[in-house]
Write a protein that binds this ligand. Structure first.
Ligand code: G3H
Length: 189
């Protein structure tokens, strides 16, 4: 690829209440980011989102000549029975799971859900398609972006659960012969 542009969805109502997973709408700040996103790019892009409302809404104001595609494989890490809970609720209801995840976050698989390792596997078709595409903007979720980021930055995937991918930040990755160049544009909202 020439460049890969990465962004989390704008802040969601679940982000505000500290809940994971779900299919919440954007918060007012999240909507502001959606309005800012078109100013951050510098050339026409193809946009890939997940199938969840918060990523589609974040990409909503990009120019109509940007092709948009939704991928189920870009949906957030499936937290299974913990979907929609806060971390405190998970700790109260599934204390041994909370500890197990802390001890091995990469391999820990939520009951009825996924691990980071599972996500890396389901992202394989996305990575293959990305490798043969030019100038893609991916609007997706924190866990997913961490894995895609680790791939392009040639970091060990087992470190992906701790990659720092802030909200309201557009990351531009440009693969080069010697490594990947990275630029970050933090929206001021
Ligand atoms: O629910 C998924 C979150 O975006 C990932 O956060 O893996 O650090 O708990 P976490």
């Amino acid at each position: 690829p020439r460049s890969v542009w990465l962004s989390r969805h704008g802040e969601s109502m679940y982000n505000l209440s500290g809940r994971i997973g779900g299919d919440a709408d954007l918060s007012p700040r999240g909507h502001q980011y959606a309005h800012k996103l078109p100013e951050l790019g510098d050339r026409p892009l193809t946009v890939w989102t997940s199938t969840l409302k918060r990523t589609i809404a974040t990409a909503r104001y990009l120019p109509p000549n940007y092709n948009q595609l939704q991928w189920k494989a870009l949906d957030e890490l499936d937290a299974g029975v913990c979907d929609g809970m806060t971390y405190q609720e998970i700790k109260d209801v599934y204390p041994e799971d909370f500890v197990a995840r802390d001890e091995d976050k990469y391999n820990y698989r939520y009951r009825g859900g996924e691990s980071y390792r599972d996500v890396v596997i389901r992202l394989e078709p996305i990575i293959m398609e990305l490798e043969r595409s030019e100038d893609i903007l991916i609007v997706t979720h924190q866990a997913i972006l961490r894995c895609i980021y680790a791939y392009f930055m040639k970091k060990d995937q087992s470190r992906s659960p701790w990659m720092n991918v802030p909200l309201h930040c557009l990351i531009k990755l440009t693969p080069r012969a010697y490594g990947t160049d990275e630029e970050r544009y933090q929206a001021d909202i």
